[in-house]
Design a protein. Structure first.
Length: 132
């Protein structure tokens, strides 16, 4: 398939240290096949390595919808949510799922702890006292 050919070309570019070309090929592969798990899996890792956090987050979210994510992928997205303070409830669910698969993993426990402290307390209903 075209997606597979683009993925392979991206892997070659990546192995030669050409991250920009690799990312472009992975993007094209995903455009050709939105569920191209191989390209999604390489793309988020490369984006994360390059400090492209929003892109890595978006790619991981796409991967979560397209494929059954690994505990590593769940933990990576949870860590991004912890680092950004974004979607902390979803991050907590993801890190708990990762911990079911890999109990006691120190990095996962640290992510869970960070997410748990970031959860916003539920807003208490305001008591409005009316005059009689």
């Amino acid at each position: 398939s075209n997606a597979l050919a683009l993925y392979v070309r991206g892997r070659i570019a990546e192995s030669q240290g050409q991250a920009d070309l690799a990312l472009a090929d992975y993007r094209r592969a995903i455009t050709a096949d939105a569920d191209c798990a191989r390209a999604l899996r390489r793309k988020w890792k490369l984006e994360l390595q390059r400090g492209m956090l929003a892109d890595a987050m978006s790619t991981l979210e796409q991967l979560m919808k397209a494929q059954t994510p690994t505990h590593e992928e769940k933990a990576a997205l949870a860590q991004l949510y912890a680092d950004t303070g974004f979607r902390t409830d979803i991050g907590l669910r993801l890190i708990n799922e990762a911990l079911v698969e890999k109990p006691g993993t120190k990095a996962y426990l640290a992510t869970r702890s960070k997410l748990a402290t970031q959860r916003r307390p539920s807003r208490q209903p305001k008591i409005i006292r009316g005059g009689r």
